[in-house]
Write a protein of this length. Structure first.
Length: 95
């Protein structure tokens, strides 16, 4: 029998928190919740998020999601309206 290998090392807690976040009822008055991953460049955030997006589509198909990279654009923060447009584009919507 082969050994099953995980695509991630030391990501069990992040993956567990992701499932907990999705399975915990939203107790706020807000219609949406935001899950944020942050850290230094090269720490595996993008790879983790790509994995979690696949899990979301497979295990939670009724939960909408959008991905937004909050990086900097030529030494300035990305404008909020540009960020909103990026999210709406993922949902095939316009302002």
């Amino acid at each position: 029998m082969g050994v099953r290998r995980s695509a991630f090392v030391d990501r069990d807690s992040s993956i567990g928190l992701f499932h907990e976040f999705l399975e915990t009822p939203n107790k706020s008055n807000s219609p949406m919740r935001i899950l944020l991953y942050h850290g230094i460049g090269g720490s595996g955030k993008s790879c983790l998020i790509e994995y979690l997006e696949k899990v979301l589509k497979k295990d939670y198909p009724d939960i909408p999601s959008a991905r937004l990279e909050l990086g900097y654009v030529v030494n300035r923060a990305r404008p909020l309206d540009e960020s909103l447009d990026m999210i709406l584009k993922q949902w095939n919507m316009r302002r």
